[in-house]
Design a protein around this ligand. Structure first.
Ligand SMILES: Cc1cc2nc3c(=O)[nH]c(=O)nc-3n(C[C@H](O)[C@H](O)[C@H](O)COP(=O)(O)OP(=O)(O)OC[C@H]3O[C@@H](n4cnc5c(N)ncnc54)[C@H](O)[C@@H]3O)c2cc1C
Length: 416
């Protein structure tokens, strides 16, 4: 397979939500690891930078390049399923949705999932994508092996026998190599019981710790206004809060493992895990999400809520609030830190920058770490300050890719 070089007209790529785009010099869609290796070798031989686009669901410029843009959409499918150890090896271009269909048929489940399942497995895992659950790590924490294609086309095999490489590569945004396949720890299939209701902010804060401890998954959307719910397509629940409020209320969701049979009513359901996790979004928001150490969780949330109500009443999108357990991936926002994630959004086409900057300022003061796939204002110095293993990560990156073929305008200042 050879590099497909473009005329100017069809060289354009944009992400799902449409806030990031690039003009690529070339693109490639390999169908096997061998083809991927030769494409990369050929591209770097021509001096081209190389980046992979997953499903394009990041809000940040992480997937952009003006060099060789790869899609692994032709490298899909489960390569190996180890029923005894409950491990699955999957081609990097497989979407989460495609993976979980195979798991369901094999009576297995992912340990946790996020709000959508359309991301590529490699794209989701390498940005530190997470779901919610006080004792549940992000999705990358279940990665036990990877194959990483280097700029010269060689493949590095990463697994539990190379713990430093594994901790570095789990969340690495493609700068340590292009992932051709991953091996993930999964678990026995389970059904989730989901319940959704509306609750006053203060009443929910009173039981915050208890809810986080007693439910496998607990999360909520704080909705400043009645119409906030519609912006995120949240269910139009008729169940009002105890005081009947429709503004400054939380739409609460809990999910727990259950043996109850499958059923569905308006705000309650029981189904196979992966049929319950995803919710539907429209590309109508630009999101910022930071992981805040659990000790500051409620204080940080209150500060952002106050900011929205008092200084930015035009900020209509809900705050999404979730939990993630600490992990060992060097560049994970949850590195050795149990956290809550607090997210806010701006509406496309509006000047939301002063709002996002103000949220950034608040959350920084609580030692937060941004989601790599969502809007943030990190500099290289910030990365050094908030990631204890940043120096090790950068030095490993430099050893593997001294010429910076896998960097970009966005990633160089952070990881060079
Ligand atoms: C509607 C919506 C809902 C979301 N919900 C959640 C959520 O619940 N929880 C959460 O944490 N995040 C969530 N996200 C963020 C999303 O999960 C991440 O941005 C994720 O990275 C997107 O995956 P992708 O396949 O689209 O990757 P892309 O955005 O295309 O790429 C992300 C990064 O991965 C790299 N990459 C992709 N494939 C490879 C590969 N094979 N080898 C090396 N590098 C690779 C890219 O180069 C890029 O750096 C959501 C985003 C949207 C738009």
């Amino acid at each position: 397979m050879h590099i497909n070089e473009f005329g100017i007209g069809n060289a354009h790529w944009r992400n799902w939500v449409g806030n990031q785009s690039c003009i690529r010099a070339a693109c490639g869609a390999p169908t096997s690891e061998d083809e991927l290796c030769s494409l990369i070798r050929e591209s770097t031989g021509k001096g081209l930078n190389v980046r992979v686009a997953g499903s394009g669901h990041s809000f940040t410029p992480v997937a952009l390049t003006n060099g060789m843009h790869l899609t692994l959409a032709n490298m899909k499918g489960v390569r190996h399923l180890d029923q005894d150890r409950k491990r699955v090896t999957v081609a990097a271009g497989t979407t989460i949705n495609e993976l979980v269909r195979v798991l369901k048929a094999a009576d297995l489940s992912m340990i946790n999932q996020g709000d959508i399942d359309s991301q590529s497995v490699a794209g989701a895992l390498t940005t530190g994508t997470h779901g919610t659950g006080l004792s549940l790590g992000n999705l990358a924490s279940s990665v036990v092996g990877m194959r990483l294609v280097q700029p010269n086309g060689d493949v590095i095999v990463v697994d539990e026998s190379t713990p430093d490489m594994l901790h570095a590569a789990r969340v690495s945004l493609g700068v340590l190599g292009v992932v051709s396949e991953l091996t993930i720890q999964v678990t026995k299939s389970f059904n989730l019981h989901e319940r959704i209701w509306r609750e006053d902010f203060e009443s929910l804060m009173d039981k915050h710790d208890e809810m986080a401890k007693t439910h496998r998954h607990f999360s909520f959307f704080w909705c400043p206004y009645e119409q906030s719910r519609h912006l995120y397509c949240l269910p139009d629940t008729s169940a009002t809060s105890k005081t009947g409020r429709t503004t400054d209320v939380c739409e609460v969701k809990v999910m727990d493992i259950t043996d109850r049979p499958v059923f569905e009513s308006e705000f309650e359901k029981v189904a196979y895990s992966s049929d319950v996790y995803p919710i539907e979004y429209l590309p109508n928001f630009h999101e910022l999400e930071y992981a805040v150490p659990i000790a500051h969780a409620k204080t940080a949330l209150r500060a952002v809520r106050r900011l929205m109500l008092e200084d930015f009443p035009e900020a209509m999108f809900p705050i999404e609030y979730r939990f993630t357990a600490g992990d060992s991936a060097w560049m994970s926002p949850f590195f050795e830190q149990d956290s809550v994630t607090i997210s806010v959004s701006g509406a496309p086409g509006t000047d939301y920058w002063s709002f996002l900057r103000a949220v950034d300022k608040i959350l920084r003061s609580y030692e937060a770490r941004p989601h790599w796939g969502k809007m943030h204002f990190l500099t290289g110095e910030d990365v050094s300050a908030i990631y204890p293993r940043a120096t090790d990560f950068r030095s490993l990156r430099r050893n593997l890719d001294p010429e910076g073929f896998y960097l970009s305008e966005h990633l160089s200042p952070l990881f060079k």
